[in-house]
Design a protein. Structure first.
Length: 339
């Protein structure tokens, strides 16, 4: 439920454009519970959405999605997945069982939505890179969906993190070389700080006390105070750390080092790299082109999207071994898991 809506800074309320079948007609109670552990992958070159049965490693379904889909997120009840349609202006919602599109939420001209979070409160948050803003989508599965837009004022607001209480958003702004804190419930102006070169990856620690950022252009990761935006620690990583993800246990953060074909494992207590996990190799890096990384819920595995080879590498965290490569759609990038 939304609180404090009257104090939303610079918010523009719009009625979303709803498409396809009414959600009430397509929801099925217990659909997610009956589904085996499943990986969802957005293929940005193929314009498709895939689902992979993690028990067998088989891609069980692949359907057209939207133009150039990048990031995606599953609903709290596991019955829907939302795609940020980076080549267009919408967030499109699909059923997780059939991959049927049930809604398309338009964000307006030149939106280019990218980073997306489906919060535990049921609302969706998404960056609109072309509009230099963050959208808060209330009631995304209802007929009364409402959008609130918050300006970051920065170029290339790309990836996104949201606080557990849904009061704060943080973005990495590639073009402006900044990280921006957006207060979603007051009139305070956004706070932006310069962080490395081309900051892109972003993740909030499970306890909410540290904001982790990876800067692909300077081969660094940073630990920031999420309130003051002060940089506490700077860590040298592998080359071109495109993404950063914190293990659910909070003990380590991992960067996806595209040019090395590896993962840098950072001890979050000491802010030091303690391991490097080879997913492919520097020689194979361009052939694989690893991008998005995702932890399994129990922290035992890391899933690595390899966009050029149309695969997702499943990596055992303890041993650092690649267990298998899962075949997905053309240009697989954004991922989400239903355990």
């Amino acid at each position: 439920m939304r609180r404090g809506g009257g104090s939303l800074a610079g918010a523009v309320a719009l009625l979303a454009l709803a498409g396809c079948a009414p959600v009430a007609e397509v929801e099925q109670a217990g659909a997610a519970a009956a589904m085996p552990p499943t990986l969802f992958v957005a293929a940005k070159r193929g314009n498709t959405l895939s689902k992979v049965d993690l028990a067998t490693g088989e891609e069980v379904l692949r359907l057209p999605s939207c133009t150039n889909p990048h990031e995606l997120a599953t609903s709290p009840d596991g019955q829907h997945v939302a795609l940020a349609c980076y080549g267009g202006t919408s967030v499109d919602v699909f059923r997780t069982d059939t991959l049927e599109r049930v809604k398309s939420i338009d964000l307006g001209d030149n939106a280019r939505p990218h980073g997306i979070v489906w919060h535990d409160n049921g609302n969706i948050f998404v960056t609109a890179e072309g509009r230099q803003s963050v959208f808060h989508i209330l009631g995304p599965l209802t007929g009364a969906t409402v959008l609130f837009e918050f300006s970051t004022g920065k170029q290339g607001s790309h990836m996104l993190a949201i606080s557990p209480d849904a009061r704060t958003a943080w973005t990495t702004d590639l073009g402006s070389r900044t990280v921006t804190r957006v207060d979603l419930f007051t009139r305070r102006a956004p706070i932006s700080v310069t962080v490395g070169e081309e900051p892109e990856g972003i993740a909030l620690s499970p306890d909410g006390k540290t904001l982790w950022v990876s800067a692909r252009g300077s081969n660094q990761a940073f630990a920031l105070d999420p309130l003051t935006m002060e940089v506490r620690k700077t860590v040298a990583t592998g080359r071109f750390p495109l993404r950063i993800a914190v293990r659910p246990q909070g003990d380590v953060a991992v960067t996806s080092d595209l040019q090395d074909g590896s993962l840098s494992v950072i001890d979050t207590a000491t802010a030091k790299v303690i391991r490097t996990i080879p997913v492919s190799s520097p020689a194979e890096a361009q052939q694989r082109f690893q991008v998005t990384i995702l932890w399994s819920d129990d922290g035992s595995k890391v899933y690595v999207a390899e966009t050029a080879s149309d695969t997702v590498a499943e990596v055992d965290y303890a041993s650092g071994k690649v267990l298998r490569r899962l075949k997905v759609g053309e240009g697989g990038d954004g991922m989400a898991i239903l355990p």
